[in-house]
Design a protein around this ligand. Structure first.
Ligand code: DGL
Length: 272
């Protein structure tokens, strides 16, 4: 039976979800995390909801075998299509990133006009719009798919002319919408937050607020753990990483998303 000392399970389509793991480690330094990155099948953002559901179920079941106390779906694309299914199927609390991201977005917005950039799968699901509509009858969501930001983040090409032009290309369609808040609706985008802020201030409005769903999720996770009596309040935290493939440049890319060095002895390759 899982209790406060049990680990938190976190999964993503690949390594991008380490941005969420990193935010959790910062907010909850005593927690133990088991992370699963489905690096053999990334990206999920271009796949059909049916396939994403199948992959999500496999990831969740693998983490369940680690006696986790709670499951965090770090991937926006999975959160967009599979959170309800996993909540029904798993006998534990499940937290996706879309609810926390949408709540942080609406809290930050003054005029209720909120933009979100995300993968094509997340945009097509309409999940951010549904979440926002449930929070405020006046809120309006303006979604924009920004697929090229994923490979740019993976390459570490996070500043300079090329990312700036790509971000501008994606934000220009939102310029006429009058959004005062922009949600980063993809695991990879926090790496590009510097260039996104700079371009958003130029293209959208000088005081646009940029909301990162990774941090919003860590904040809600903390409250959820406390409310369920599942918070681990002492002892060192740790991070164990499982991946379904060990791609080239693994340590470099993973450390970039995690924002700290990877302990490669804590990385295990598994089959799903
Ligand atoms: N993790 C995905 C997300 O947050 C981005 C990468 C992918 O397409 O799998 O939507």
């Amino acid at each position: 039976m899982a209790d406060a000392s049990s680990p938190i399970g976190v999964f993503d389509s690949g390594l991008g979800g380490l941005t969420v793991a990193s935010a959790i480690m910062d907010a909850l330094p005593h927690e133990r995390i088991v992370y699963l990155g489905d690096t053999a099948r990334v990206p999920y953002g271009t796949r059909s909801p049916r396939t994403v559901l199948r992959y999500a179920r496999a990831c969740a079941r693998r983490l369940q075998a680690h006696d986790i106390k709670l499951l965090v779906i770090a991937c926006n694309t999975v959160s967009a299509v599979a959170v309800d299914m996993l909540r029904v199927e798993l006998d534990m609390p499940v937290l996706g990133v879309i609810g926390p991201g949408a709540r942080a977005g609406i809290a930050a917005s003054v005029n209720g006009r909120v933009g979100v950039i995300a993968t094509r799968g997340t945009v097509a699901s309409g999940a951010y719009g549904r979440e926002l509509a449930g929070l405020s009858s006046k809120a309006e969501l303006f979604p924009q798919a920004a697929p090229l930001l994923v490979p740019l983040a993976e390459e570490g090409w996070i500043d300079g002319a090329v990312p700036s032009e790509v971000v501008q290309h994606y934000l220009e369609p939102l310029a006429a919408a009058g959004v005062d808040t922009l949600i980063l609706g993809c695991t990879h985008y926090p790496l590009l937050v510097g260039v996104i802020r700079e371009v958003a201030a130029r293209v959208l409005s000088a005081d646009v607020r940029v909301v990162d769903s990774a941090h919003a999720t860590a904040t809600e996770l903390q409250a959820l753990l406390v409310s369920r009596g599942l918070a681990r309040t002492e002892g060192p935290g740790d991070l164990r990483i499982m991946v379904t493939d060990l791609p080239g440049r693994f340590a470099e890319v993973a450390s970039r998303f995690l924002g700290r060095d990877i302990d490669e002895s804590a990385v295990e390759q598994i089959d799903l």
